[in-house]
Design a protein around this ligand. Structure first.
Ligand code: PGA
Length: 268
């Protein structure tokens, strides 16, 4: 089954309003025929102007975090309904930088996921093992614990609205990418975990993105894998040129994959 891929930029704490809108004005004319969904997770301050700049383009704007409460006395926090009003259609939750630097646990991430679903903002839930966990051979255990804790109590209907991002922590911002085979193995592991939890039909609907040092020169090999449905791109999404290249390689691979599937199904 070919799931329509998503290429999601994660700008982290980069780009002012002016830089964000300039980027969108450069990128939008290059992706008018996009067969992949192009998402951009921008800083809070840029959501509104970016959403305006992205109107009538193929670019979908989202946020990188939100609070789990509807509203309240939480100085410095931002609620789902606020990012939604500003124009965010999705939100990245549980990124490893939030887990590591801001102490977010699976329990907190689950509450945020539930709130995002209530607020009708699509959650991109990040999971991934650290290098010492991979070296100890417990990567599968880490992923299943993160899945169980951050999304395991959702119903199948709720789960169908999720996007999962597998981001091995050792590959983020390091230039050390997981090989396409290692990434595929972990994606398949996640897909099987989801099938056991919510059934195969739901598991087949949920897109699993790969993240960690994705660049124009490695996206094709990743996208060729059957369970890799797109990418979460940090550093390379800061350049409109590099991000556009990644999108176009992903489109080419997507066309190849669906032609292959059509060919396979017409030949039994
Ligand atoms: P990177 O970041 O592409 O710079 O490795 C990915 C991410 O943190 O989502």
């Amino acid at each position: 089954m070919v799931r329509q891929p998503i290429i999601c930029g994660n700008w982290k704490m980069y780009k002012t309003i002016e830089e964000a809108t300039g980027f969108i004005e450069t990128l939008a004319p290059l992706i008018t025929q996009s067969q992949v969904h192009v998402y951009l997770a921008v800083p809070f301050t840029a959501i509104y102007p970016a959403a305006i700049a992205a109107q009538n383009t193929a670019i979908i704007i989202g946020a990188q975090n939100m609070n789990d409460a509807a509203e309240g006395a939480f100085t410095g926090e931002i609620a789902g309904k606020m990012i939604k009003e500003a124009g965010a259609k999705f939100v990245i939750l549980g990124h490893s930088e939030r887990r590591i630097y801001f102490g977010e646990t699976d329990q907190i991430i689950l509450k945020k996921v539930q709130r995002a679903l209530l607020d009708e903002i699509q959650p991109i839930v990040c999971i991934g093992e650290k290098i010492e966990e991979r070296d100890a051979g417990i990567n599968d255990e880490v992923l299943s614990a993160q899945l169980e804790g951050s999304v395991g109590s959702l119903s199948a209907d709720q789960a169908a609205r999720l996007i999962i991002a597998y981001e091995p922590v050792w590959a983020i911002g390091t230039g050390k990418i997981a090989t396409p085979e290692v990434a595929q193995k972990q994606h398949l592991f996640c897909r099987e975990w989801m099938a056991a939890k919510w059934g195969q039909i739901t598991a087949d609907q949920i897109k699993i993105l790969y993240g960690g040092s994705v660049k124009p020169d490695n996206i094709s090999a990743l996208m060729a894998q059957p369970d890799i449905d797109g990418a979460l791109v940090g550093g390379a999404s800061l350049s409109a040129v590099a991000f556009n290249e990644i999108i176009h390689y992903a489109i080419a691979k997507m066309i190849e994959k669906s032609t292959f599937e059509q060919h396979e199904s017409s030949h039994g």
